[in-house]
Ligand binder design. Structure first.
Ligand code: AMP
Length: 303
């Protein structure tokens, strides 16, 4: 690790600290992520190595944060993996915050929202094409190059050998705000729809500059969703009442989604509603989302 000069801590992810660093040989800025793996006697589990290589493969897309290399070091006889990523100046959470706070608070420009949404769908479509689910998409995991107007997905593919804990290593609660209802209801088999739900929540949050469903427990999270979209039944979502954590909930009727995102045009509201379908099988795919009329006015040649 002498190759890198650590500059400052830039974030705390679910799995550990992220440092900004300087590659002494090339002068390039990088983000160093120390991964906390469950080590066994044999060292780094092969599943983790497999996932790192998937990550390396996926990060060929410009909408995925580039994994530059992996450094393997020993500390007190224990193996540690450092993932070395390209460095980006901000994340979508900080980007949205910059429009929310202070004297210059204003809505995000609609063309920026559209461009970021398109890039997000493109990145997610790329992952899904390779059968990789992200499972924890949130504004904090989306890195932004402000200068170039590029959005990239981070914290990807660490889904299986790096199981998602309830609390991060700093005991921070892992956010539930972007979690799909089937995950909250304890579905054991879930698919690409979990990511598309998160994409919908992120879309709404860019428009509102505040979270759509800010729950602070799994139950509260579900109630936030049901209050806006109506309490689901077997009619909208066949099989819902057989999910492990299903209970009897207060009965709400669906509200008008457009009222939750007043600054969004009709096409945008239509796309959002397709991302927030209760039945995961009915939820729009990332690829189909890219072809939605909401994006018709976008110059797609730049992507
Ligand atoms: P993560 O573990 O990916 O959620 O990262 C936690 C935080 O560290 C993010 O919200 C970013 O602010 C920051 N971060 C992660 N990766 C990078 C990167 N490649 N470049 C710059 N900042 C990063």
């Amino acid at each position: 690790m002498e190759k890198y000069e650590k500059l400052e801590k830039v974030g705390e992810g679910t799995y550990g600290k992220v440092y900004k660093a300087h590659d002494k040989a090339t002068g390039q800025l990088v983000a160093l992520k120390k991964t906390r793996l469950e080590m066994d006697e044999e060292g780094i589990p092969p599943t983790a190595l497999r996932e790192v290589s998937i990550l390396q493969l996926l990060s060929q897309s410009i909408y995925i944060v580039r994994l530059l290399c992996v450094e393997h070091v020993e500390k007190n006889g224990k193996p540690i993996l450092y993932l070395v990523f390209e460095f980006l100046d901000t994340d979508l959470k900080k980007f949205i915050d910059s429009y929310r706070k202070g004297p210059s608070a204003r809505p995000l420009p609609p063309n920026v929202i559209k461009s970021f949404m398109y890039q997000l769908c493109k990145g997610v479509a790329h992952c899904h094409k390779h059968s990789v689910l992200h499972r924890d998409l949130k504004p904090q995991n989306l890195l932004v190059d402000k200068e170039k107007g590029i959005l990239k997905i981070a914290d990807l593919g660490l889904g299986r050998s790096f199981t998602l804990p309830m609390k991060s290593y700093t005991h921070e609660i892992v956010t539930l705000w972007y979690r799909a209802p089937e995950v909250l209801l304890g579905a054991t088999h879930y698919s690409t729809g979990v990511d598309m739900w998160s994409v919908g929540c992120i879309f709404a949050e860019m428009v509102r500059r505040q979270a759509l469903f800010p729950g602070d427990s799994e139950l509260q999270q579900l109630l936030h969703i049901f209050r806006l979209l109506g309490t689901p039944s077997e009619k909208e979502w066949p099989g819902v009442t057989t999910l492990k954590d299903w209970h009897v909930y207060p009965q709400w009727t669906p509200q008008n989604l457009a009222r939750a995102v007043p600054a969004l045009n009709e096409d945008g509201v239509d796309l959002l509603s397709r991302m927030l379908q209760f039945d995961p099988a009915e939820r729009i795919s990332a690829k189909d989302a890219m072809a939605h009329p909401y994006f018709d006015s976008l110059d797609k040649s730049q992507f």
